[in-house]
Write a protein of this length. Structure first.
Length: 127
């Protein structure tokens, strides 16, 4: 159980870090795409060309030399994977809680059974 808790802790810390990095990657990509969209529209307007949204998006992706879009997508995938790992830990914890509660109920039922002697039923008590 302790090993699972340590793994859960490290996965939670990794998840928090991944969420921060994913947010930063998404912001970097969106800033780049917005600036590039403005530049491409101005350039197309200067040449009298009309760009469609798919063409504009394709050019923005093609000009992404720093891999900002890919970094944002990879970060998002990492967050999704870590979230699934945390969900697995939560399911394991729920199963453990259920097992403990079931064992507790069995123990209470056994102790309250009339066939189980109590200390007051045995002369001199249990020793």
């Amino acid at each position: 159980m302790n090993g699972t808790l340590v793994e859960w802790d490290s996965a939670a810390a990794a998840f928090e870090q991944a969420v921060r990095e994913a947010a930063q990657a998404k912001v970097a990509w969106e800033r780049y795409a917005a600036r590039k969209r403005i530049l491409l529209k101005a350039e197309a307007a200067g040449e009298g060309e009309k760009l469609t949204v798919p063409d504009l998006n394709a050019r923005i992706l093609a000009d992404d030399e720093d891999g900002l879009y890919e970094a944002a997508e990879v970060s998002d995938a990492l967050v999704t994977g870590l979230r699934k790992r945390l969900d697995l830990f939560a399911a394991q914890a729920d199963a453990c809680r259920s097992e403990i509660a079931s064992e507790r109920r069995r123990q209470e039922a056994w102790e309250s059974s009339p066939s189980v002697p109590s200390a007051r039923d045995v002369p001199g008590g249990f020793r």
